[in-house]
Design a binder for this molecule. Structure first.
Ligand code: ZN
Length: 320
């Protein structure tokens, strides 16, 4: 999958060098607050004793998507990055500002719409810039951890870029319950990496501002699968489990009327055409409208907010 033009003989981040066989925690400076406090993003570098590919594991690009932060924390606590071949760079929280303010964004801007960033741009743009210069320049591939939005929970799933065979292979090895292609968003980290031939897979599990143990466990196992298969922590594996369901077609089912939403089928459930997945009831009266499965498939995401307007997304479903 990788050519032997490895980048980890010396990994340099913000003036700090990490040689083969060294592990370092580097503080990447990104801002200075009006009070004079320097703001730094912690970056762990686990460099093996032998040259090999460099993997980035990244959480908290969206600051309120804390499953990503928690699953990386648990991997660090479990000492999962005992790297011997290649290098693993771990960023537990990229958007540290959003993490503090329980926000996806920083100062109203989504960092994931500002790559490759600018040295003199907004704070979001500067974080993207330092990331591109200091972190992305060192890597061969990446796993970017996310969650669904506010009260909209994604069943654990991996997305990769259409036409990116390496990304598809990584998604298979990760082995989440579901995997599918998704389009590149303008100025996103994944799009910028793709331009430079660096495959990025995006794991989505649970919803923002809430811990979801299933999503965390699946995310951790996915990292372990990738580390094992490529031999980061030992001898590379010849085989990997292929259990992930490949989703070809998917769509959102939306509220046909405004009112109260009641889901019946759980997130991740297999569904048959015509199954009643939930209801939207009139808020004051007794009328209710059933939400039916348009086809055989699965529920990929579920809205947990009961008060809905017409057109609000209720279920993200995979179709045959
Ligand atoms: Zn996100």
């Amino acid at each position: 999958m990788f050519d032997s033009n490895y980048k980890n003989e010396i990994v340099e981040i913000a003036g700090h060098q990490v040689g083969l066989g060294e592990n370092k925690l580097i503080k990447l400076p990104v801002d200075r607050l009006p009070t004079g406090l320097e703001v730094e993003i912690p970056v762990y570098v686990f460099n093996g004793i032998r040259p090999g590919p460099t993997l980035l594991i990244q959480g908290g690009l969206h600051g309120d998507e804390i499953n990503s932060v928690e699953l990386i924390r648990r991997l660090l606590v479990a000492d999962s990055f005992q790297v011997v071949n290649g290098c693993v760079i771990v960023v537990p929280i990229l958007n540290i500002f959003g993490f503090l303010s329980f926000s996806r964004e920083v100062s109203g801007k989504d960092i994931n719409r500002y790559f490759p960033g600018s040295k003199n741009g907004s704070l979001a743009s500067r974080i993207a810039y330092y990331h591109t210069k200091a972190i992305a320049a060192n890597i061969d591939f990446a796993i970017d951890f996310h969650t669904g939005g506010n009260q909209r929970s994604n069943y654990p799933q991996v997305r990769y870029t259409k036409g990116d065979a390496k990304g598809k292979l990584l998604a298979e090895i990760f082995n989440a319950p579901f995997m599918f292609e998704s389009g590149l968003i303008h100025k996103s980290f994944r799009k910028e990496a793709h331009k430079h031939g660096i495959p990025v897979i995006v794991f989505e599990g649970g919803e923002s501002k809430r811990l979801d143990n299933l999503a965390i466990e699946v995310g951790m196992q996915g990292v372990r699968n990738i580390l094992s298969y490529f031999g980061f922590t030992g001898t590379p594996l010849a085989e990997y489990k292929k259990e992930s369901i490949f989703v070809k077609k998917r769509r959102w089912l939306r509220a046909p009327i405004a009112g109260m939403f009641h889901a019946i089928k759980p997130n991740g459930a297999g569904i048959e055409k015509g199954d009643i997945l939930g209801y939207v009831t009139d808020t004051y009266g007794t009328s209710s409208t059933a939400i039916k499965a348009p086809d055989q498939g699965y529920i990929l995401a579920l809205n947990h907010f009961p008060v809905v307007k017409r057109g609000d997304a209720l279920f993200h479903v995979a179709e045959k």
